[in-house]
Design a protein around this ligand. Structure first.
Ligand code: HDD
Length: 757
């Protein structure tokens, strides 16, 4: 990974990046103070609008010939390319007269605007995406003939992350499942891996999808609450439909509030069938493993961020990519023999509500995904991208998982209504990179100019074209498999019936801190419900998973804890399910450096540089904008003020002395209380709040010079775990960086300290 973080946070706005502010904003062109009166040079690059036959889906594949752009020239035109001298005034019969219907530009402009919106996705409406590249390791060659998985084959990809329940404008850090959908533009056609950050699903049969989504979406009468599961209809459904228990537990765990899209695992959820050159098959589950580790927000942090920066995950992804901290995931598979039973160690591989513990079937890496480019236009790419679990390439096939079967129908169907017709594969982001020669014709939004007269087979008029692939060269070739003969039934197999064994395994696999968070999440969500019966029924579900879990949630709700309905299920913990206990790279972590005019600018400058050198992002926070150390000859730009900063933006906070105790930008300690800084001797309450929150959220905090004063005032005792005080700023940073590798100062949570939640 390139260390370009420093590049984008350079201070001069030149080649080194933007002058200040959010890391990652490219300083492409200086903003004009006045409206320009003449066009400036060429427009920034835009995705092209080539005819489908010529166009690369993402603009990444080099193409010969000219590249027409979405916009050309430097003058405003109509949609027909007629130049316009005025777009500010309607055509009127005199300056104060009525507007004339004959004004084509007015009608075109308003009509187009009226139709700018398309229906948002019925689920996963809120999302963010990026372009990237996937490189195969070649390790999957023994189990699949898929060309893109061969050694060192590079395949362009487009990845969209999403929340499930919220509307398109909802906040990012809600408690929810996250979508993780990847489009591989392979040389053999497009493969979509449409997964989630949770390895199991709420339901075992797609026919229940409308039920779980209706239950999770806002109540149909008042359309509240937005983007959350903390309401009666959700808990009503999941407490009655106990196959949802395991997925719900994952949502209530820290996995429901990821720190960043870059720090989430991804899962294909279903079992897929891989096919090798000889037609041999292997069952697999797909896993994405983030190079930065799996990390989460605390619940309070997540809620604060929803107000303070509702675009937190979207911004984090885009900033990281722009700054060169390109997020990476390894794709891995768990492989199982394709036996007639399609089970592994007693686990039904067709049941999407079950995991196969990694201790029983290790995840074997088969390739590397790197996201290295942000979309150019949100609507064109992120909104219009259309995934489909049925977009498969030779070597990858489906299984009889009944949830997957319904998905194979739903995704095509939904695109037709969402994207306005059957030709959505011609939208640039959806175009395969492999040549397309289908016999699909006409329809709404047809933009291809098909040649020939015989879009049918067999034909002689177009010379028999297009020809079919050879028997072993194409996709959608079924490996012959026996289908057990049975009467038609509307039933689930008996092997789908256990709904408590794996939830108990999950509970037993978590560390005390993670259990504390799980209990708190259940207590919070049920505490938001009004219906007593729903709470009591959920407690009965929890009693069958673990008595301690049930009792502690019941205690929080002020309800009696029910007894389990029978003996607790046998369960062996799977340590791989826990997020705590390992160390990870700190790349892209955000360090708030809080300073004021009384701080030593040399120390701030050197610690800021050390943060950049460690591939992290420094944000300097001061009482007001501008610079620190203006007289020093090498001033430090302020990126956040006490008014705009909040602790939840930072992974760790460093104090350059005791900022906010009355010093102005020039170091004079004479500011008056009430002017945004506190009076001498006191510490600005906003600094105290920042520290107290960071401490409560188990983040490392540290400082030098007289930082101890602020830390003590904020009740962050210097002797407490993860509070680092020293004389050398860079030494403090070094210790804090070591702490960040563990993500949080886990010892600060009461459960870890021995006290229960
Ligand atoms: Fe789905 C979107 C993931 C079950 C029906 N789904 C959608 C997206 C993701 C998933 C990541 C967003 C894609 C994007 O970014 O555009 N869905 C899953 C996973 C499932 C799952 C991992 C279970 C393993 N989904 C599922 C079922 C059905 C659907 C059972 C219907 C029977 N999903 C849809 C949909 C969506 C969708 C309605 C909405 C927008 C879209 O497809 O393109 O068709």
């Amino acid at each position: 990974m390139k260390n370009l973080v420093g590049k984008v946070t350079g201070e001069d706005g030149g080649e080194d990046g933007p002058p200040e502010g959010i890391p990652g904003r490219p300083g492409t062109r200086p903003a004009q103070v006045e409206e320009p009166v003449e066009p400036h040079g060429p427009l920034p690059p835009k995705p092209d609008q080539r005819s489908p036959g010529l166009r690369s889906a993402t603009g990444r594949t080099p193409q010969d010939g000219p590249r027409p752009r979405a916009q050309g020239g430097d003058r405003l035109t109509t949609a027909q390319g007629v130049r316009l001298p005025d777009t500010d005034h309607s055509l009127k019969a005199g300056p104060r007269g009525p507007v004339l219907l004959q004004d084509h530009h007015l009608r075109e402009k308003i009509t187009h605007f009226d139709h700018e919106r398309i229906p948002e996705r019925v689920v996963h409406a809120r999302g963010a995406a990026a372009h990237g590249v996937f490189r195969g390791y070649g390790t999957a060659a023994s189990v699949t003939k898929a060309a893109f998985l061969r050694k060192d084959v590079e395949t362009p990809v487009f990845v969209r992350f999403s929340t499930v329940l919220g509307s398109r404008g909802s906040a990012d850090t809600v408690r929810d499942t996250r979508g993780f959908a990847t489009k591989f533009y392979t040389s053999e056609g497009t493969f979509d891996l449409v997964g989630n950050n949770i390895p199991v699903f709420f339901i075992q049969d797609a026919i229940k999808f409308p039920d779980i989504i209706h239950a999770g979406k806002p109540h149909p009468d008042r359309e509240i609450p937005q983007a959350q599961s903390a309401h009666d209809t959700f808990w009503d459904f999941v407490s009655l439909h106990t196959e949802a228990t395991f997925h719900t537990m994952w949502n209530m765990s820290d996995r429901g509030v990821p720190r960043s899209y870059r720090m989430m695992e991804g899962f294909g959820v279903h079992t897929f069938r891989l096919v090798d050159d000889a037609g041999r098959t292997t069952l697999v589950k797909f896993h994405w493993k983030p190079k930065l580790g799996v990390h989460s927000l605390t619940w309070e942090e997540a809620q604060l961020i929803n107000g303070i920066d509702p675009d937190f995950h979207r911004r984090d992804l885009a900033d990281a990519i722009e700054s060169g901290a390109h997020p990476q995931w390894e794709l891995g598979i768990q492989a199982f023999p394709d036996t007639p039973e399609q089970t592994f160690e007693g686990i039904d591989l067709l049941d999407p509500t079950k995991v196969v513990p990694e201790e029983l079937a290790p995840v074997q890496p088969i390739g590397l995904l790197t996201l290295d480019a942000n979309p150019t236009n949100y609507f064109a790419e992120t909104e219009q991208v259309a995934f489909h679990p049925g977009h498969l390439v030779p070597g990858i096939d489906i299984t009889d998982d009944p949830l997957l079967a319904g998905r194979l129908f739903s995704y095509l169907d939904t695109q037709i209504s969402r994207l306005g017709g059957p030709n959505f594969a011609q939208i640039p982001v959806n175009r395969p990179h492999a040549p397309v020669n289908d016999m699909l014709r006409d329809g709404m939004h047809q933009t291809a100019v098909h040649t020939g007269t015989a879009p049918y087979r067999p034909n002689s008029l177009d010379g028999g074209c297009p020809f079919t692939a050879g028997a072993d060269a194409g996709g959608y070739v079924e490996v012959p498999r026996e289908i057990p003969v049975s009467a038609k039934v509307r039933e689930a197999p008996a092997s789908f019936a256990d709904h408590t064994g794996q939830p108990r395994m999950f509970w037993l696999s978590l560390t005390p801190v993670e259990r504390e968070h799980l209990i708190a999440a259940y207590t919070f969500e049920l505490g938001k419900c009004y219906e007593q019966a729903v709470k009591e029924r959920t407690l009965r579900v929890l009693a069958d998973i673990d008595p301690e879990l049930c009792e502690k949630v019941a205690q929080g709700l002020g309800l009696p804890a029910p007894q389990p309905s029978g003996p607790l299920p046998e369960a062996v913990p799977s340590p791989a399910l826990s997020q705590v206990g390992k160390e990870w790279p700190v790349q892209g972590r955000i360090i708030g450096i809080v300073a004021d005019g009384g701080s030593d600018p040399d120390a701030v400058r050197s610690v800021r540089q050390a943060v950049l050198d460690a591939d992290m992002v420094p944000l300097v926070v001061a009482p007001a904008g501008g610079v620190l150390g203006a007289d020093s000859g090498d001033p430090v730009t302020v990126q956040r003020t006490f008014a705009t900063a909040r602790s939840v933006e930072f992974d760790a906070i460093l104090l350059a002395g005791t900022p906010g105790s009355g010093a102005d930008a020039h170091g004079a300690r004479d500011a008056k209380a009430g002017d945004g800084t506190a009076g001498p001797g006191t510490v600005d309450p906003r600094v105290l709040l920042m520290l107290a929150e960071a401490y409560r959220h188990a983040k490392p905090v540290g400082g030098w010079a007289d930082a101890e004063r602020a830390l003590v005032a904020a009740a962050c005792p210097p002797a407490a775990p993860g509070v680092v005080v020293g004389t050398s700023a860079t030494a403090v940073l070094e210790e804090v960086t070591g702490l960040l590798a563990r993500h949080r100062v886990w010892e600060r949570f009461p459960a870890a300290a021995g006290a229960g939640p």
